[in-house]
Design a protein around this ligand. Structure first.
Ligand code: PLP
Length: 384
């Protein structure tokens, strides 16, 4: 028996193909959930399958007791495609954030002699379900029952620079951590000016800036990483979800001078850098970094958001997002909308209480985006 931690919708998927999922009765669904922005390149992508099968035939796992070129090369590619940091591989988003928080802690202890123990995170953010990451998650519903929460996290309203500045000016903050689009709360965007100012203030007060790109990373917003929209680079960035299109994997990258605060024995993971996951992650980068791919996501994202705006305005639903990371604020309960959409053959994900997330595969065709938008309109009309 499984532990009682989820309340799943009772649809049992047994096969996936491109943008589609099939349940155990053979019914087809358009998958605009991608397993919470994980299968960003759809299901059964031939190039990813080749990468997986090729590696599966050779070697699965040796642990980090031995170096491996696949792992080293992947770190190099992620570093080159982002801000030149050093990379640590792990297995999930929460674990990536745990690692980033540990790095901030060691930065406080080694660089500031323990004088900066606090970390600022943002209201309605989401950083994971482990004890430390739920403590970093400023949401009562996530923390409730697990008190006392880990100390030294201070929560600030999202997009409110004055609170962050006032906390930083106290001189005891080692890091500011946030998502650039709060996915779990329904794709709430950070303002560009706010993010630029966070960078400025973090520098001024010698605190690290950590971007949680677990949900936004790997093409979802039309850039490989969402921070590229903001013209600001972080000191540490965490990633997971779509990094290996469905194999469990996470990572965090840090500027070399910060990353080098870790020394052998300070951090580790048995499965981190698993060879099957790394092989598929290489395949993900092959596709996403190919000429024109990310531009096509931006173009499809703009067209898709327009499609949804036109179709959903009947119920005064508001559409927001970036690229193919789209949130729709509904005037009805999102769970009711999602259940009805599933009945009609469309998979969506809830975000917060009243939002629905539309996360189509980045490889979806315009026709598939249109099919999904049409179903969403039909569902919407059923609530009129
Ligand atoms: C922004 C963000 N950070 C962290 C996590 C936690 O990732 P995981 O569920 O892989 O531990 C999530 C998961 O939804 C997320 O969206």
């Amino acid at each position: 028996m499984l532990m009682n931690t989820y309340a799943p919708y009772n649809y049992r998927f047994i096969k996936g193909e491109g943008t589609y999922l099939y349940d155990d009765t053979g019914k087809r669904y358009i998958d605009f959930g991608c397993g919470i922005s994980v299968s960003n390149l759809g299901h059964g992508n031939p190039h990813l399958l080749n990468c997986l099968k090729g590696q599966a035939d050779k070697l699965w796992h040796t642990s980090n007791l031995f170096p491996n070129k696949i792992v080293e090369d992947l770190a190099e590619r992620i570093s080159k495609a982002s801000f030149g940091g050093k990379v640590f591989f792990c297995n999930s988003g929460a674990e990536a954030n745990e690692g980033a928080i540990k790095l901030a802690r060691i930065y406080n202890n080694k660089v500031h002699a323990g004088a900066k123990p606090r970390i600022i995170t943002m209201n309605d953010g989401f950083h994971g379900r482990t004890y430390t990451t739920l403590s970093a998650t400023a949401q009562k519903k996530v923390q409730s029952g697990f008190e006392p929460i880990a100390p030294f996290f201070t929560y600030a309203p999202y997009n409110d620079i004055a609170t962050v500045e006032s906390e930083l000016s106290k001189g005891d903050v080692c890091a500011v951590m946030l998502e650039l689009y709060q996915g779990e709360s329904g794709v709430l965007p950070a303002n560009i000016e706010y993010v630029k100012k966070l960078r400025e203030l973090a520098d001024k007060y010698k605190a690290l800036l950590i971007f949680d790109e677990v949900q936004t990373g790997f093409g979802r917003t039309g850039k490989l990483f969402a921070y590229e929209h903001f013209g600001v680079t972080p000191d540490i960035m965490t990633m997971a979800k779509a990094i290996a299109n469905g194999l469990p994997m996470g990572a965090f990258a840090a500027k070399p001078e910060i990353a080098d605060l870790f020394t052998p024995g300070t951090h580790g993971s048995t499965f981190g850098g698993n060879l099957l996951a790394c092989a598929v992650a290489h395949g993900v980068l092959d596709i996403m970094l190919a000429d024109g791919f990310l531009n096509s996501v931006t173009e499809k994202g703009l067209a898709f958001q327009l499609m949804l705006k036109k179709r959903l305005e009947i119920l005064e639903a508001s559409v927001r997002g970036k690229g193919l990371m789209v949130g729709v604020e509904l005037p009805i309960l999102n769970k009711d909308f999602i259940r009805k959409a599933l009945d009609e053959g469309l998979v969506l994900i809830a975000g917060g209480e009243k939002s629905v997330r539309f996360y189509p595969p980045l490889t979806a065709t315009m026709d598939e985006l249109e099919q999904g938008a049409n179903i969403a309109e039909k569902v919407m009309r059923s609530f009129l």
